[in-house]
Design a protein around this ligand. Structure first.
Ligand SMILES: O=C(CO)[C@H](O)[C@H](O)COP(=O)(O)O
Length: 176
């Protein structure tokens, strides 16, 4: 998205930016100016996550922190109390249509156990066949591309994904 002032308020959904880029520091200001509400960067892409978190907040955005499949959740944990959302990638970043990695679910489960009120997102290969695993592990935000776009009934897929997540969240809150 090119830097363009004034998107905030004109977007029908929050402007959540997932920056799969190197040197994420350089896009904070342009995204804020463009109207982004949340800026998610990859832990692997910066040498100073603390400074970047501070900069994102000072630019009026919420903070998301993503980890690639090869990064263990212990690297994210020290930042968890300073962020709004943890993003566990369930494919290698790059392109849609890849196979969901089941073995990322222990990361989600661990984060949910340690940080009950943190937003936890999964991204990659999420659809009707995999959503139950994500929701049961504790994800409350999902990214789904192919499963929706390739469906003959995208609306029903979206509804299913939403319902599975909200039922799991409701169950968790009753169990607490
Ligand atoms: O950007 C991605 C990977 O880099 C996402 O995984 C992708 O956009 C979501 O698509 P899909 O549901 O097809 O995995």
């Amino acid at each position: 998205m090119p830097p363009d002032a004034g998107l905030r308020g004109r977007l029908s959904a929050p402007g959540y930016m997932h920056m799969m880029v190197s040197r994420p520091e350089q896009w904070v200001k342009p995204m804020a100016v463009a109207g982004a509400n949340q800026y998610t960067f990859h832990l692997e892409a910066t040498e100073n996550p603390g400074a970047l978190i501070k900069d994102i907040r000072e630019n009026g955005m919420k903070v998301g922190l993503a980890i690639k499949p090869g990064t263990t959740v212990e690297y994210l944990a020290p930042w968890a109390n300073q962020i709004d959302m943890a993003l566990v990638m369930t494919v290698e970043p790059g392109f849609g249509g890849q196979k969901f990695m089941d073995d990322m679910m222990p990361k989600v489960h661990w984060l949910r156990t340690q940080f009950p009120s943190l937003d936890i997102e999964v991204d990659g290969g999420v659809g009707p066949d995999t959503i139950h695993k994500c929701a049961e592990a504790g994800a409350n935000m999902i990214v789904s591309g192919s499963a929706i776009m390739r469906s003959e009934d995208p609306r029903s897929v979206i509804n299913l994904l939403r319902n599975v997540c909200s039922e799991a969240a409701q169950k968790r809150s009753l169990d607490r």
